[in-house]
Structure formats: structure tokens, C-alpha cells
Design a protein around this ligand. Structure first.
Ligand SMILES: CC(C)(COP(=O)(O)OP(=O)(O)OC[C@H]1O[C@@H](n2cnc3c(N)ncnc32)[C@H](O)[C@@H]1OP(=O)(O)O)[C@@H](O)C(=O)NCCC(=O)NCCS
Length: 170
């Protein structure tokens, strides 16, 4: 478990299935994420979950829990490149009542520290939709720098949106 003050990160369990499915089916949580909003059944989610219980891959996902041990979201490192020592970061807080308490920020700091100190990652990259104000602000607060912008890249709720590319050296 990766422990912080407000939250801790732990590996995904099979028993996480129900809320992972609830979050996945929430348009407000998923619309700005890479895969977009795509409701799935609990059976489909179970198949996905089985494929996630893989320790050898280049993606490392964790459940974010608050101090009451309640799962509130998911965070992960994706596309880890062990030669270049780079990866991407992704996060969502699925429990909307938890927004704005500093949980997202702390979860990112915990994962960055883990990436640097245990995985020997030196740079983290990410994509954020320009209209995703909360996330764009959070990445800026965390010290990510904008290095590019893809124009009309993502189709979300009937409109194309620009995508900002950011990076941070750890
Ligand atoms: C982005 C997200 C993870 C932020 O989580 P959170 O726990 O609410 O964020 P925090 O409370 O840790 O806030 C961190 C920073 O984000 C910014 N922020 C958070 N909520 C904001 C809001 N509603 N409006 C503007 N900025 C906001 C602030 O800059 C804040 O820093 P500050 O408190 O020092 O000013 C959350 O909104 C979320 O899960 N969104 C849906 C999924 C998503 O968009 N993921 C990111 C994809 S790139």
C-alpha cells in the first residue's frame, strides 16, 4: 500500500468490481478520459477486471482510498517504457462527493514518488482535454508543463475538443 496523509493507493481487488462499474457508467467521471464515456455491464466490467489483475505488464493501476478505507477512485501509470524510463499518468475520482478535498492531488504526488523511487521513471506525460478545467488546473498545480496541443482531437458529447499534451520530469 502507498500511504499518504489523506489517501492511500492499493492494488485492485476483485471485490472492487461494483464501484468500478458504477464509476465507469458515470458520464461526468469518464467523458474527458481517453476511452471516453461508454457504459458497460457488470459482466463486461468483470472481464476487464480479470485482465487487469496482471502484474507483469507496463500498466500499473491502483485504487485510491480515503482514510475511512472507502474506495474513491483509480489512478495508474500507463505505457511504461523501461528503456526511456517514461510513462503516462491517468486518474479519476469516481466518488463526486470527494471532489475538491485535495485527494486527486495527493494521489498523483504519491504515484509520482513511487514511480521515481521504485520504478526508476524519470518523466511522466499526460493528455488533458482543454475544457477539463479541474484536471488542467490540477496538472498545472502539480508542475506539469504544456508541450503541445492537438486541435479538434477528441469527440465528446457531439463536439470536437483540443487536447493538451503535458510532461513533468521527476
Ligand atoms: C481532476 C480530478 C482528479 C481532481 O480531483 P480532486 O480530488 O477534486 O482535486 P484536488 O482537490 O486534489 O484539487 C487539485 C487541484 O485541482 C484544481 N481543481 C480541482 N477542482 C477544481 C474545480 N472544480 N475547478 C477548477 N480547478 C479545480 C485546483 O487547482 C486544485 O488545486 P488547489 O486546491 O491547490 O487550488 C477530478 O476532478 C476528476 O476525477 N475528474 C474526472 C476525471 C478526470 O478528468 N481525470 C483527469 C483526466 S486528465
Amino acid at each position: 500500500m502507498i500511504k499518504g496523509e489523506k489517501v492511500y493507493l492499493r492494488p485492485i481487488l476483485k471485490s472492487d468490481l461494483e464501484y468500478l462499474n458504477k464509476w465507469k457508467n458515470d458520464e461526468g467521471v469518464y467523458r474527458f478520459l481517453g476511452g471516453g464515456f461508454m457504459p458497460i455491464s457488470i459482466d463486461q466490467q468483470e472481464k476487464w477486471l480479470d485482465s487487469m489483475i496482471d502484474l507483469t505488464g507496463n500498466n500499473k493501476r491502483f485504487i485510491i482510498c480515503d482514510r475511512q478505507d472507502s474506495p474513491i477512485g483509480m489512478i495508474g501509470l500507463y505505457d511504461i517504457n523501461w528503456i526511456h524510463r517514461t510513462c503516462e499518468i491517468g486518474i479519476y475520482i469516481g466518488d463526486k462527493s470527494s471532489y475538491g478535498n485535495g485527494y486527486g492531488k495527493e494521489a498523483c504526488i504519491l504515484l509520482e514518488d513511487f514511480a521515481r523511487d521504485y520504478l526508476n521513471i524519470r518523466k511522466i506525460k499526460l493528455n488533458v482535454v482543454i475544457d477539463n478545467e479541474a484536471a488542467y488546473n490540477m496538472w498545472n498545480v502539480l508542475g506539469y508543463k504544456k508541450v503541445g496541443e492537438l486541435v479538434r482531437e477528441r469527440f465528446i458529447k457531439g463536439e470536437y475538443h483540443n487536447l493538451i499534451i503535458m510532461e513533468k520530469f521527476l
